[in-house]
Design a protein around this ligand. Structure first.
Ligand code: LLP
Length: 423
C-alpha cells in the first residue's frame, strides 16, 4: 500500500488527513509513515532471508528517536558515526551488540564511548585510528572487534558528492594496503580484526558498482584467510537507491542476488547499513503556500519551507516530486511554476517549471520522498526555527520533534561580557 494517497481528493498519511496535522502542528513539518518504514525494512530483510544478516540502520539518514525505535522494534541495529548517534541509538533501545561505528574521524572520546557501550564493531578507516583504538582498548584491558573499511576504488556512478569508494575519496583504506593493515591489527593489543567493511556511496541506482566492490571484498577475504586472518563478518554498507519519481529504483532482490553471487559462498555473517532505503520514501515535507507571484516572466510559488528545512535540492540539485494536498481535478488547468522558499538565495528552489493547479496563499503542498537526509540536515539558517517532525501510524499521529521556539534559539546565544550595555 502507498502510505501517502488521496481519499476523496484529500491527501492522507496512512489514515490521517495531512491537512489535519498541518492545522494542529503548523507548517513546515516532516511527516513519516510507520507502515512505509516497516514495509521497506521487510522488503530489505526478506531479500536476504537465506543469509545470516543484521541490518544496521544508517542513522545519519534520519536520527529521530521515534524513527530509530520503529526500526529497532523490527530487529534493526544501528550504524552510527558520532557520539550523538551512539547515545541516541542506545536511548531508542538499540542493543549495543547491533551497533557498528563508522566514520573517518572518530575522536578519542568517541572510540572510548563505543568501547564502554560494548558495540559490535568499529569500522576503522586509517592506520592512526587503528593505533588509537588499540591503545584505548588495551588501556581498558579489553579487546574490540574491528572491520577495516576498504576503499575499493570503484565509482558508484552516483552524485559525486555522495560517492565514497573512489581512490581520491577520503574514506577507507586503499584495498591494496588492506592486507598489511590487517596484519598490523592482528599483532596489536586490544583488537580482533574479524571483519571487512565497504561502502562506495549513496543513492546507487545501477547495481553494477556494488558487484565490482563486493567481488574485490571476496577476493580480499580469501587472501586474508589464507594468511591466517579469520574474517567472519562482512559489512557491505548502505547505498541502495530509491525512486524519487523521476528514476527507477533498483530492487532489493536483485541486490541480494549480487551479494549471493559475489560473497555468498564465504560463510560470513553479513551486515548492511541501509539508510535512505528504509526511510526515504516514508517521509514527506509538508509546506504551505505563502504567496503566488507572477512576474510576467516567471511564476513563483513561495512556500514556507526552505533550503534550511530540506537542503538536498540546493546541495545536490536533487529533484523531489511535489504534490498538492488537495488533489487537482485534472491536468487541463495545470500551470508551470517555480516552487521556492523564502530564504535569500536563488538556490532556495525546490522545483522549476513544475506543473501545479493555480496555487493560492494557504494551499498545502507536499515535497515527497524526504524521509532520508531531510530533517537531519535541517538548520536554522536565516534564524528560522528547526523544523518539527510527526510520526503517523494508522489513524494516530504524534509529534516526535516539536518545533523549536524562538526563545530557545535566542537563548543559545550570548553577548560577550563587554557588550552588556545593550539597551
Ligand atoms: N554507511 C556509510 C558508511 C555511509 O557513509 C552511509 C551514507 C550509509 C551507510 C547510508 O547510505 P544510504 O543507504 O542512505 O545510501 N546527504 C546525502 C547522502 C549522504 C550519504 C552519506 N553516507 C543525500 O541527501 O543524498
Amino acid at each position: 500500500m502507498n502510505a501517502f494517497s488521496y481519499k476523496n481528493r484529500d491527501l492522507y498519511a496512512e489514515n490521517v488527513a495531512i491537512s489535519a496535522i498541518a492545522a494542529d502542528v503548523g507548517t513546515p513539518l516532516y511527516i513519516y509513515s510507520t507502515q512505509a518504514m516497516q514495509e521497506a525494512y521487510k522488503a530489505f530483510t526478506n531479500a536476504f532471508s537465506s543469509q545470516r544478516t543484521q541490518v544496521c540502520f544508517a542513522m545519519k539518514s534520519n536520527s529521530n528517536l521515534a524513527v530509530i525505535k520503529t526500526l529497532a522494534d523490527l530487529g534493526a541495529g544501528a550504524d552510527v558515526v558520532s557520539n550523538g548517534e551512539l547515545m541516541k541509538a542506545i536511548s531508542a533501545g538499540v542493543k549495543p551488540k547491533k551497533i557498528v561505528y563508522s566514520g573517518v574521524g572518530k575522536t578519542y572520546e568517541e572510540l572510548s564511548a563505543g568501547i564502554e557501550a560494548g558495540i559490535l564493531q568499529f569500522n576503522v578507516e586509517s592506520l592512526p585510528e587503528l593505533l588509537s583504538l588499540s591503545d584505548i582498548a588495551a588501556s581498558k584491558n579489553t579487546s574490540v572487534d574491528i572491520a577495516i573499511r576498504v576503499n575499493p576504488d570503484v565509482d558508484a556512478e552516483t552524485h559525486h558528492k555522495i560517492s565514497t569508494g573512489r581512490r581520491e575519496d577520503k574514506f577507507g583504506i586503499d584495498i591494496s594496503q588492506a592486507k598489511d593493515i590487517f596484519k598490523q591489527a592482528f599483532s596489536l593489543p586490544g583488537l580482533n580484526p574479524v571483519s571487512i567493511a565497504v561502502h562506495i556511496g549513496s543513492q546507487l541506482t545501477d547495481l553494477t558498482p556494488f558487484e565490482t566492490a563486493f567481488k574485490n571484498v571476496a577476493k580480499l577475504t580469501r587472501d586474508l584467510r589464507s594468511n591466517g586472518i579469520e574474517i567472519k563478518r562482512l559489512d557491505l554498507g548502505g547505498g541502495l537507491g530509491i525512486s524519487y519519481g523521476n528514476n527507477t529504483a533498483p530492487n532489493p532482490n536483485d541486490y541480494a542476488k549480487i551479494v549471493e553471487r559475489t560473497i555468498g559462498n564465504l560463510d560470513c555473517d553479513l551486515i548492511f547499513e541501509p539508510g535512505r532505503y528504509l526511510t526515504g520514501n516514508a517521509g514527506i515535507l509538508l509546506t504551505r503556500v505563502i504567496y503566488y507571484k507572477d512576474t510576467g516572466y516567471r511564476r513563483f510559488v513561495v512556500v514556507d519551507a526552505a533550503m534550511n528545512d530540506l537542503l538536498r535540492p540546493a546541495l545536490y540539485d536533487a529533484q523531489h516530486s511535489i504534490q498538492e494536498a488537495r488533489e487537482p481535478l485534472g491536468t487541463a488547468d495545470l500551470i508551470k511554476v517555480d516552487i521556492v522558499g523564502p530564504v535569500c538565495e536563488t538556490g532556495d528552489t525546490f522545483a522549476t517549471e513544475y506543473p501545479l493547479s493555480s496555487p493560492v496563499s494557504g494551499d498545502l503542498l507536499v515535497i515527497k520522498d524526504t524521509g532520508a537526509y531531510g530533517a537531519v540536515m535541517a538548520s536554522t539558517y536565516n534564524s528560522r526555527l528547526l523544523v518539527p517532525e510527526v510520526l503517523v501510524s494508522g489513524k494516530d499521529y504524534a509529534l516526535i520533534r516539536r518545533r523549536e521556539t524562538l526563545e530557545e534559539q535566542i537563548s543559545r546565544e550570548l553577548l560577550a561580557p563587554w557588550q552588556n550595555n545593550i539597551k
